[in-house]
Design a protein around this ligand. Structure first.
Ligand code: NAX
Ligand code: K
Length: 527
């Protein structure tokens, strides 16, 4: 996604406003569209949509000689036809070297929707050139094949056009949605695929849809723009999700503060090399460093060392971390009062600690091996579910496979509807759930989920998840009434995690992103 600090009040505008933006799924969008259409003269919405598409196309490729407009059998295709007519008129005026080519796919013998039929007749009357096949070369393609309508697996010419769009090295402007992308889930159908080359833009119409920002949506959509077509959704329309774009600047700390003002974080994880031969100490250290840089007053680290070294461990790069034997920590008040981050590199050793941790910790972030241990043990699941009623707060930070284990499903099912998977986990366990991956979902029991807008593939490297767990720990550590602010606080930490990756090279000389460098750049959240 591209962030630009400009705001155009009329017409397409880039999605870049800080704060939370409402996202509406296909059902809610249709309700808004039908309500708006009933208050406006016939064809108004499609006229506005087509004009907006044409304007953005011109702005993106002002010198294009050939624009290919691929139009499908529904109203999405109608938007494309209106845009093609505007572009044709504009290019005709510039001379014979400039032209628009439309490939229109009829509706399997069924009738076109009335608006789309009007748009087709107007395009023909204006002299727009139609072609059965995509042109051999184009400078910009407009993807108006499929929008929020119900999609069947594409075949024949539709599949061919989708493939040409996907493989295009020229820029592609998608109308409303990349064709084949599910507006609600961010999954792609059939031949539709995330773009492999070339610039991608999506002009979302009336509303922003959740599917643009999670799963394969972000890769497929590229730069997201919005034109609300002058429609403000009625307040009664339920928001499907929020797009989380929290500001990340830290506020100045009060002069009269001390380390106790910012809370303690206790990291339990990092199984030693022991008999398994696979040491994971670094995971707990990364979480500890991130918590420290995230502003926790004190950070304790209990390494689950099954080979019990005689020397006391310490972290030379971060000597502020206080290492303690887990057996001591489990009996201390710290377990009750700190925000406990449990599971980073915990291996199999973490399972033995979980009954005590689940029953005692006031605020708990469960990651990685702690989640796997809970997924494999029904009694731990019961303890987890009881925490909320006991006034304790929990955050789960699964990646899709860990989420699948907790849900008793598989990764494919989780990825088929990431919002639903995260919400199910949140509701089932009474916990805030961060389902990681492209467009991380932050769900909380009974609340509208937040889709995180920041981050990129540079975060797909070992240890960044441990850093995130530590960041969430420090974000929650100072809070007294955790539950009330938890989802927003967690979403802010998730946003900062991605933001750091998005702005990695802004200050120069950073080296490539690695988990330890990432942890060092974490800063306290505002508020
Ligand atoms: N009605 C209006 O006035 C407005 C409509 N808008 C546009 O309309 C879109 C929704 O329009 P529709 O509800 O017509 O849906 P779509 O345009 O998304 O397309 C659905 C059509 O594609 C067909 N289809 C689906 N899969 C197919 C396959 N594999 N092979 C062949 N045909 C297939 C369906 O049978 C249906 O006719 C929005 O995304 C937006 O672009 C917006 O411009 C707002 C205004
Ligand atoms: K489309």
């Amino acid at each position: 996604m591209h962030w630009r600090d400009v705001s155009i009040t009329n017409g397409p505008r880039p999605v870049s406003v800080p704060g939370q933006q409402a996202l509406y799924g296909s059902t809610a969008t249709r309700q808004i569209e039908q309500w708006a259409a009933s208050t406006l003269p016939h064809h108004t919405l499609m006229s506005r949509a087509g004009l907006s598409v044409a304007r953005l196309a011109q702005a993106l490729q002002p010198h294009a000689r050939c624009i290919w407009v691929a139009c499908g059998p529904g109203n999405n295709g109608g938007d494309g036809l209106v845009a093609a007519t505007h572009l044709h008129r504009g290019m005709q005026a510039r001379g014979s070297k400039f032209h628009v080519v439309v490939t229109h796919l009829p509706n399997d013998g069924a009738r076109l929707p009335a608006d789309a039929l009007d748009a087709l007749q107007a395009a023909r009357a204006a002299g727009v050139v139609f072609s059965e096949e995509p042109p051999a070369h184009f400078d910009l393609a407009i993807d108006a094949l499929l929008g929020i309508g119900r999609i069947r697996p594409p075949q024949g010419r539709l599949a061919l056009c989708l493939k040409v769009l996907r493989d295009s090295s020229s820029p592609v402007l998608c109308v409303d949605l990349p064709s084949g992308l599910d507006a609600d889930t961010g999954t792609l159908t059939g031949e539709a695929g995330a773009a492999r080359a070339g610039e991608r833009h999506t002009l979302s119409l009336i509303t922003l849809k959740p599917g643009l920002f999670t799963g394969t949506g972000r890769d497929a959509a590229g730069h997201v723009w919005l034109d609300d077509l002058g429609i403000a959704p009625p307040q009664s329309t339920p928001v499907s999700a929020w797009l989380g774009m929290q500001p990340t600047q830290a506020t100045a700390r009060l002069h009269a503060s001390h380390k106790g003002s910012f809370g303690d974080v206790l990291v339990l994880g990092g199984q030693g090399i022991g008999v398994s031969g696979a040491g994971m100490t670094g995971a707990a250290v990364l979480a500890g460093r991130a918590a420290l840089h995230g502003g926790a007053g004190r950070v304790f680290v209990g390494l689950l060392e099954d080979d019990a070294p005689h020397s006391t461990p310490w972290d030379p790069a971060c000597p502020e971390l206080m290492f303690r034997r887990p057996s001591l920590l489990l009996e201390s008040d710290t377990l009750r009062n700190a925000c406990v981050v449990c599971g980073c590199g915990g291996g199999t050793a973490v399972a033995a600690l979980l009954p005590r941790v689940l029953s005692t910790a006031r605020t708990l972030v469960l990651d990685a091996d702690a989640l796997n241990a809970i997924a494999a043990d029904a009694s731990l699941q019961t303890l987890l579910s009881l925490r909320r009623d006991r006034g304790r707060s929990t955050v789960l930070t699964p990646h899709p496979l860990e989420a699948a284990r907790l849900l008793g499903s598989d990764t494919r099912q989780v990825m088929a509807d990431r919002l639903k998977a995260a919400q199910t986990l949140a509701d089932r366990f009474g916990a805030c759930c961060v389902l990681k991956g492209s467009g991380s979902v932050v769900a909380a029991p009974g609340e509208v989920p937040i889709i995180n807008a920041s981050g990129n593939a540079a975060l797909a490297t070992a240890g960044t998840g441990d850093v995130l767990a530590g960041m969430i720990g420090s974000a929650l550590a100072p809070l007294k009434l955790v539950d009330e602010q938890m989802q927003d606080r967690v979403a802010s930490a998730v946003y900062q995690h991605g933001w750091l990756a998005d702005h990695w090279h802004d200050t120069g000389h950073a080296g490539e992103l690695s988990a330890s460098r990432l942890a060092a750049r974490v800063r306290p959240l505002a508020g």
